[in-house]
Write a protein that binds this ligand. Sequence first.
Ligand SMILES: *[C@@H]1O[C@H](CO)[C@@H](O)[C@H](O)[C@H]1NC(C)=O
Ligand SMILES: *[C@@H]1O[C@H](CO)[C@@H](O)[C@H](O)[C@H]1NC(C)=O
Ligand SMILES: *[C@@H]1O[C@H](CO)[C@@H](O)[C@H](O)[C@H]1NC(C)=O
Length: 360
Amino acid sequence: MTRLQSALAAFLLATTALNPAAAVLAADADAADDSAADWRPHKPIVLAQSGGFQIGGKILHNPRNPNLTLSCDHGYVEYFRPWNPRRTSLVMWHSSSTQVWQNRWDGGEGFKDKFLRRDYPVYLWDGPRVGRANWGCNTTFYVPSYQDQANFAAWNFGPSYPHWWPGVQFPTRNQGAWEQATSARYQEFDTRDNVELHANAAAIAADSGKLGRRIVYLTNSAGGLRAQLTAIKSNTTHIRGMVTYESIGYVFPDNIGIRDSHFGGFGPIVVPLEDFKKLARLTAIQFVWGDHRDETYPYVRQSQLAAELINKYGGNAEVLFLAKDAGLRGSTHIAFADMDNDKVAGLLDRFLWRNGLDEY
Ligand SMILES: *[C@@H]1O[C@H](CO)[C@@H](O)[C@H](O)[C@H]1NC(C)=O
Ligand SMILES: *[C@@H]1O[C@H](CO)[C@@H](O)[C@H](O)[C@H]1NC(C)=O
Ligand SMILES: *[C@@H]1O[C@H](CO)[C@@H](O)[C@H](O)[C@H]1NC(C)=O
């Protein structure tokens, strides 16, 4: 905690040191226009192929009998390739639940199917040790921790369980929907080692070409930090962009006095300036925030500073507030699963189009 506080004090200094006028752009003023949202909503999903594979990881040899091995710490990818694909792949990354990409809170259509209808190849990613990649190289611990009520607040359904935010984009009277939401999580191991482990495997996946050669990451929560680090570790130009929904954690360069958190799983991660500049080479980055995350929220400040720095080095990053900039109210931490996720998808259409990432 003290580490975070001192890091934040450093941000405040760093922010005032930079020119605030050079700051972050919001999305187009007319982004609330729904026309993109109902764009071809009933187009059938026609796939050329779907499947999955493991990637990255290592093989451990048993010290007592090197003939015995364990293949571990790989990531898992499930893929869906449309019959007539666009060139950009959407890699959907949540730090603890691929399910949130699959359905809206009420079981309605999630981003996976919405963007398959739009002909984007879709990849669902489980990093090492989580989800379908849970054969780890280290001992891991799962301690049942009575976390449902904490999930409610962490996913910003309301200030505390069971008090929903007024107008929240969740089917609040549907007990089944709440039970589905909270049980969709899996263990996510939010430590720095784990963030590195995930980014290493994801960089190997990105560089392999098996996720396509023009990748846009869609991330939620702590997945955003992992994706930023992945773009830095990658040695190819395959990663073209990222849209992070409420990224908890940011990467910063080592020339502005921000201290690395070292152990925590939520950043800040400080990298050499030359590495940080890799983020400025991406075509476009958008850090998205839902309701009840005003500019005093530490990670909002971090996202603004990160965008400012990326732009300072010639990049193209922006912060989008769904309410203030796009008129979407009641968003949770996971806006792409919200009841108005058609509109959230419309904003993503616009982002991909504006940045030339929507080509066939
Ligand atoms: C490992 O395999 C090699 C080659 O098959 C064999 O010679 C050796 O005895 C094995 N070692 C053990 C500990 O089983
Ligand atoms: C694996 O365990 C070792 C020994 O406890 C530790 O030093 C290392 O950081 C762990 N690695 C990861 C990726 O968790
Ligand atoms: C990128 O290249 C460096 C230097 O050769 C290497 O250490 C690293 O493992 C590579 N990263 C990936 C994702 O292959």
